[in-house]
Design a protein. Structure first.
Length: 392
């Protein structure tokens, strides 16, 4: 028997309800696909509120060490304070483990209510850089000595004259490196080649931030030419691939947010920086049902380490009420299976999700949005999970 060790973090809020569903669905899918030849071995580690209660630390070093050792983890949502307190645990995990790719596939399942006319046209995979940009967390609060020192340095040593209100300004630093950009873009191109996708788009704000986001765009084209022997034809950059050339293009991020509404078929694989990727991922998710059903993964393709995750928040208002939608975490589990080469089991999970939703079974988030309640059934978290297992 092939045994695959997986660290899981239950998460805060609704994490306690959706995590058992994910584990049940993945175990059942693997058992059905491989008949005992493969088994998943889940081991719990602690982060968030549960870790704070048990160890007095929301992210114990033992959790990080265990994820490093095993190299594979999946987690529920973790609480992040806004504007105060500790840094995001999600961001800390990504940076401590150098999980430089945040991968977010976005597709529509028949029967999911959507605010756009043709959600079936949305089929993209976002590669969001995970470790640089403003998410590096380099900032100082207004009125502090540190902020004052940085501002004085910028004004006195660097000749900066465009800080309009220096006495009341907070200051943040936005690092964007050639190495960080190229390894992210390489992962996106390699994915497109491996999966037969035909367009890779660099999304940036290089028209305004010419050296950081402009650098991201420039380094992407350099990479394509230096490592993939890209060529120009008809004013378009093409990357040679076994299944036919891949088009490499780029788009200003604000224009891209418009284009994904009016012509989503033009895009397939997206490579972008951290903040842009945050906006883009959630905007795309809204077109296909919302972040409640959107999966995500944080991956280092060089070390192989990966943490899959629910992409939504902890939803404390519905926690413990059997109302949460488990699909974000279940579909993140499907990504995990595929990452480990268990495509047969992953295909079963996807087909079960399609069948379950097409049958009219919905959790409350989607049931509230549907206009066809007559042909739908409202299910709780646990019952929806049972339906997924039944439909494998």
């Amino acid at each position: 028997m092939r045994k695959i060790d997986i660290i899981y973090i239950e998460g805060d809020g609704v994490g306690a309800e959706i995590t058992p569903v994910m584990i049940d669905v993945l175990n059942a899918a693997v058992d059905k696909a491989y008949g005992g030849e493969v088994a998943l071995s889940f081991e719990e580690a602690y982060a968030g509120g549960k870790a704070e209660e048990r160890f007095g630390d929301p992210l114990p070093k033992e959790t990080l060490e265990r994820i490093r050792e095993v190299g594979l983890a999946i987690k529920g949502p973790l609480m992040t304070a806004v504007g105060k307190g500790r840094r995001s645990l999600n961001v800390t995990l990504r940076q401590e483990l150098d999980l430089y790719v945040c991968q977010r596939p976005v597709r529509w399942f028949t029967g999911v209510p959507s605010p756009v006319k043709r959600p079936q046209d949305v089929d993209m995979v976002v590669f969001r850089e995970n470790t640089e940009d403003i998410y590096a967390g380099i900032e100082w609060a207004a009125g502090t000595e540190e902020a004052g020192r940085v501002i004085r340095f910028l004004q006195d040593e660097m000749g900066v004259s465009r800080i309009r209100f220096p006495q009341t300004s907070s200051i943040g630093i936005k690092p964007v490196s050639e190495e960080g950009s190229k390894r992210l873009i390489k992962a996106a191109i390699d994915y497109a080649i491996a999966t037969g996708r035909k367009v890779v788009t660099l999304v940036h704000k290089g028209n305004i931030m010419k050296t950081t986001e402009g650098g991201f765009k420039r380094w992407g084209y350099e990479l394509a030419h230096d490592e993939y022997q890209a060529y120009e034809e008809g004013g378009v950059t093409w990357i040679p691939a076994g299944g036919g050339p891949i088009k490499l293009d780029d788009c200003i991020c604000d224009a891209f947010l418009q284009n994904i509404l009016i012509r989503p078929k033009d895009y397939s694989v997206i490579a972008t920086m951290n903040l842009n990727g945050d906006y883009v991922s959630d905007a795309l998710a809204a077109e296909v049902g919302g972040i409640g059903i959107s999966p995500g993964a944080n991956i280092n393709y060089l070390t192989g380490k990966a943490v899959f995750e629910a992409t939504h928040g902890t939803a404390p208002d519905i926690a413990g009420k059997d109302l949460a939608d488990p699909l974000s975490l279940v579909l993140s589990g499907e990504m995990l299976l595929r990452y480990k080469g268990l495509d047969k089991a992953a295909d079963l999970v996807l087909s079960s999700v399609e069948k379950t939703i097409a049958s009219g079974a919905l959790t409350s988030d989607l049931y509230k949005l549907t206009e066809d309640k007559e042909h739908c059934r409202l299910l709780g978290t646990r019952a929806f999970g049972d339906e997924l297992v039944k439909n494998l």
